[in-house]
Write a protein that binds this ligand. Structure first.
Ligand code: FES
Ligand code: FES
Length: 207
């Protein structure tokens, strides 16, 4: 006879983009689903939902993680930053500006994750060369294959924020995307974005 007992729930309290949130959810809820479905923060995207694409990258206590692989329960009491929380006082983060200036996207689906990963890549000090940037951004896949512009944007943002970069210890050096493999490219190229999608992609406002 099937087990019909209710799924256990948990109440999670976390700081999201500087504001405290408390959510009661199924114990199996991922951080990504909590952000998107419960807090309506849809900047982090659900691409593969299994840790392969990096579209869901957010910061957990200042480190990049794939939100689809993190249980909401394990984020209890911790600080989460999503792409919606990067800008300050209406000013885009330097990495957001760099992505716009370098035209570092096409459809924009991967862009919030790329930006969140890039912020940490710079902070970790992995921007010594174009090759190093590509290696440490390799957990973030862009199916539009905008890699040259993405790497250029990270390079430009790193130069602009050089004083913020601080090397981290070896234990901190897991690429966020966590796939650890070179991004695959694709020949499929969607239409060029409109001006509205350009800003929306960098700020995560598209669903
Ligand atoms: S949706 Fe999380 S890694 Fe792809
Ligand atoms: S811009 Fe990266 S997937 Fe389309």
């Amino acid at each position: 006879m099937p087990d019909e007992s209710p799924t256990p729930e948990i109440t999670v309290t976390l700081q999201v983009n500087g504001a405290q949130s408390q959510v009661t959810c199924d114990v199996r809820t991922t951080l990504l689903d909590l952000l998107r479905e419960r807090l309506r923060l849809t900047g982090a995207k659900k691409g593969c939902n299994r840790g392969e694409c990096g579209a869901c990258t957010v910061h957990l206590d200042g480190r990049r993680v794939n939100a689809c692989l993190v249980l909401a329960a394990s984020a209890d009491g911790r600080e989460v930053t999503t792409v919606e929380g990067l800008a300050t006082d209406g000013e885009l983060h330097p990495v957001q500006r760099a992505f716009i200036e370098a035209d570092a996207f096409q459809c924009g689906f991967c862009t919030p994750g790329q930006i969140m990963s890039a912020v940490c890549c710079i902070r970790e000090g992995h921007t010594g060369s174009n090759e190093e940037i590509r290696e440490w951004m390799s957990g973030n896949i862009c199916r539009c294959s905008a890699y040259p512009q993405i790497a250029a944007a990270v390079e430009a943002a790193a130069a602009a924020t050089a004083s913020d970069a601080a090397p981290v210890s070896a234990s901190d050096e897991a690429p966020a995307g966590a796939s650890g493999r070179t991004p695959a490219s694709t020949d499929g190229r969607p239409p060029a974005p409109t001006p509205a999608t350009v800003t929306a992609s960098a700020t995560g406002k598209r669903r």
